[in-house]
Design a protein around this ligand. Structure first.
Ligand code: SF4
Length: 122
């Protein structure tokens, strides 16, 4: 049996989680999480680690020059870099409301890019 330690990043509590695995890598137990989301996070972290991407994109014709954006669901960690680079090519035009969907099925990952702020046109 082996164990892996990780910190849950789902919420600011940052619970320290211990995962016990057998020789085949099968999860035997998950301990240290204080809610079900931590259990799910820990199991996914072993097989398909994902993160929500946050960044900014250029916004034209608005009161701000940059617009904070994020994916509406976590994406595979292995795709984070190319997703961040692809966002450099995305430009939007004001006005934009917080929560507006700016791009659907981003990079074929099945997630949308949404605005994190309202920016009025100027
Ligand atoms: S296990 Fe639950 S309470 Fe602990 S950090 Fe994760 S989400 Fe937050």
């Amino acid at each position: 049996m082996t164990t892996k330690e990780l910190t849950c990043v789902v919420c600011p509590m940052g619970c320290q989680i211990t995962i016990s695995l057998d020789e085949d890598g099968t999860v035997l137990s998950v301990e240290g999480n204080t809610c079900k989301r931590g259990d799910t996070y820990a199991r996914n972290e072993l097989t398909d680690p994902r993160r929500t991407l946050t960044s900014t994109v250029v916004i034209l014709g608005g009161t701000d020059k940059l617009l904070p954006v994020k994916t509406d669901a976590p994406i595979p960690k292995k795709d984070l870099l190319r997703a961040r680079e692809a966002l450099r090519e995305l430009t939007v035009t004001a006005p934009v409301a917080c929560g507006d969907v700016l791009c659907t099925d981003f990079l074929g990952l099945g997630v949308s890019i949404v605005s994190g702020k309202t920016v009025e046109a100027c």
